[in-house]
Unconditional design. Structure first.
Length: 143
């Protein structure tokens, strides 16, 4: 046996990079960790996963690199919606897989599950009308 085959058989199997479906599953699991009544309301939010935000979205937010946007909320915050003027657009959280994976690789001190949950909570905060301080408190475990 040559050295190459020996090293290949002893290296740790890393598996495949998380797919769009994997990120969606991790996000759905994160929703289940929310306390009520937020968990029930969060289930009404559609979660979409793409590799990157589209060019139009990036341009509208004045973002040059698609790696700078890991998530986005689109919809009307619950605090702004009224029965007499309901939104015709379903609330959505967009997760951008490659930006998330890039951020995950750069941080090195959180699990992918923790990072996806952080992004999901941050974007859901816009749906619930939470302040940045409230979002940070939830993301930090209430600290």
């Amino acid at each position: 046996m040559n050295d190459m085959s020996t090293s290949e058989t002893t290296r740790a199997p890393w598996g495949l990079a998380p797919s769009l479906d994997d990120i969606a599953r991790i996000a759905a699991d994160a929703l289940e960790t929310l306390e009520e009544p937020f968990r029930t309301h969060a289930r009404a939010v559609v979660i979409k996963v793409q590799d990157f935000a589209d060019d139009e979205t990036l341009k509208s937010l004045a973002i040059e690199s698609p790696y700078e946007l890991s998530g986005l909320y689109s919809g009307v915050a619950m605090t702004l919606e009224t029965p007499s003027s309901p939104s015709h657009m379903p609330p959505m959280v967009w997760l951008y897989r490659l930006a998330i994976l890039d951020e995950w690789a750069a941080t090195g001190d959180v699990t992918l599950e923790e990072l996806v949950a952080h992004v999901v909570i941050r974007e859901l905060g816009h749906h619930f009308g939470w302040s940045d301080e409230e979002i940070d408190a939830i993301n930090n475990g209430g600290d």
